[in-house]
Design a binder for this molecule. Structure first.
Ligand SMILES: [Mn+2]
Length: 468
């Protein structure tokens, strides 16, 4: 059942969670190995490490894989599932696995136990009774929780793991990274389970919290770089601009451009806010054990998101380090400077194809493919384009000769459509035009053939209209 309106059903979700925990614990003695499959983003990597910590504490052998949605589940699992089915092996999917239309037919044929802990919206309206016996599906969105606002993948994994091994609380900083990476919000704006878990971990002193001016993306840096590289909020007129422009403003305000951003005093913060007309005082999380950029939960999560595209093994390993490597630092700096520049370009000069309900932006050749997803996300989060329209940003991917699109809408859009967002539109498109993809209400992606893309452009308003 899907609860469109009203309060989420807390009790039912917790029942599912408890049943899942009990089943996993009961069966765990019989597992010779647990294979963990997680999503290729900061939240997914955080989930992966939470699960690995749990399995280590339970003395269970484990293996892991990362899923990036570039192939269907069938093709992906073909490479992972062994020829012979075995009930001694369990699979735990975290932050992925709600494509039940694809997964259930596969799981049905297998003897392994499958546990899916996901917060993405489910693409099937099969009743629970129709799930195969060897599938345990825990997903708070089916009880009306919002996968972005209320509960991150890492929050769900944490709740699950902590019920089995309470000591997992010490690894709660992983959850903070997952929350920061998925919520894209100052920490004082968290809700529901995200907020509860955040508060619990803060009370346990698992991380530190500070209040101040929020310039996510550049908070670990100097004042001038903070303003230049901030992507949340993106500051029009300063973001992605050249240093001379930023320095001359700071000179005028009599602020040392090379001062650490977090050392700005109240008067200096006021001066900046008045000058650039933005108000973003809020709370942010700092990780005790880490240094430099890795100390800042948001920037740490962003780094993981970047590395997931550039070098997945670096992403998996850096979350365990306390100090950033030179290699990763270079990648981060290149990335945020490009992203800030892309946001500047996107808000000013890119050609677009606009319909009543949608904006298509072909960014092929203008923005590198690894930046598409985040340019799309941050342009909608910052409302750089018409917030009442769906953004479809992307282009031809040379390797696959398919069109890869990042699809986004704003929270304002969701309020106008009573919560019918991107994932529903993607389901509607897939039904008619094929392709692979999925996502949340606010964000998702799809790959289409060139022919399908052409039809999509012609009929987009209809697809959006009928995406219920
Ligand atoms: Mn997630």
């Amino acid at each position: 059942m899907i609860y469109m309106d009203g309060a989420p059903d807390n009790k039912k979700f917790l029942e599912d969670l408890n049943n899942g925990v009990n089943k996993f614990s009961d069966l765990s003695d019989g597992f010779s190995k647990v294979v963990s499959i997680s999503h290729n983003d900061a939240d997914g990597i955080s989930c992966l490490h939470l699960m690995q910590n749990l399995l280590y504490k339970m003395n269970i052998n484990y293996d892991y894989f990362i899923y990036n949605r570039s192939v269907s589940w069938e093709d992906y699992l073909k490479g992972i599932l062994s020829k012979r089915s075995s009930n001694k092996i369990a699979f735990v999917f975290t932050d992925v696995g709600s494509n039940l239309m694809e997964l259930i037919p596969i799981i049905k044929k297998r003897e392994e136990e499958f546990f899916i802990l996901d917060h993405h919206e489910v693409d099937s309206n099969l009743h629970r009774d129709e799930y195969p016996e060897n599938l345990t599906f825990i997903n708070p969105t089916i009880y009306g929780f919002d996968g972005l606002d209320h509960i991150a993948g890492a929050t769900l994994s944490y709740l699950f793991a902590k019920k089995i091994k309470p000591q997992i609380i010490k690894q709660g900083w992983l959850t903070i990274i997952g929350i920061a990476g998925d919520s894209l919000k100052p920490m004082n704006e968290l809700k529901s389970f995200n907020q509860e878990v955040y508060q619990e971990l803060l009370n346990e002193n698992i991380f530190e919290e500070k209040e101040g001016l929020i310039l996510f993306g550049g908070m670990h840096d100097t004042v001038k770089n903070g303003l230049k590289y901030s992507i949340l909020p993106f500051i029009k007129g300063l973001g992605g601009e050249n240093e001379i422009k930023i320095n001359s403003l700071l000179d005028k305000l009599q602020i040392n451009p090379n001062k650490d951003f977090v050392k700005l005093n109240e008067i200096e913060i006021q001066k900046i806010q008045q000058e650039v007309q933005f108000n973003s005082i809020g709370r942010y999380a700092l990780l005790h054990q880490k240094q430099g950029i890795l100390k800042f939960a948001f920037e740490h999560a962003l780094l993981l998101n970047i590395l997931c595209f550039k070098n997945i093994s670096a992403a998996v390993s850096i979350i365990q380090l306390n100090k950033i490597t030179r290699y990763a630092n270079e990648i981060y700096m290149d990335y945020v400077s490009d992203l800030a520049k892309n946001l500047r370009i996107l808000s000013n000069e890119l050609p677009r194809y606009e319909t009543k309900k949608a904006i298509f932006i072909d960014v092929k050749g203008k923005i590198p493919p690894s930046n598409w997803s985040d340019t799309a996300s941050f342009s909608t989060v910052n409302e750089l384009l018409n917030p009442s329209k769906i953004l479809l940003l992307g282009g031809l991917e040379r390797k696959s000769q398919t069109i890869k699109l990042s699809i986004r809408c704003t929270r304002k859009y969701l309020r106008e459509t009573n919560g019918i967002g991107v994932n529903k539109i993607i389901s509607r498109i897939k039904k008619d035009l094929g392709g692979t993809g999925g996502g949340h209400k606010l964000a998702g992606g799809i790959r289409l053939s060139k022919a399908s893309y052409k039809r999509l452009k012609e009929n987009i308003d209809e697809y959006i209209q009928n995406s219920i």
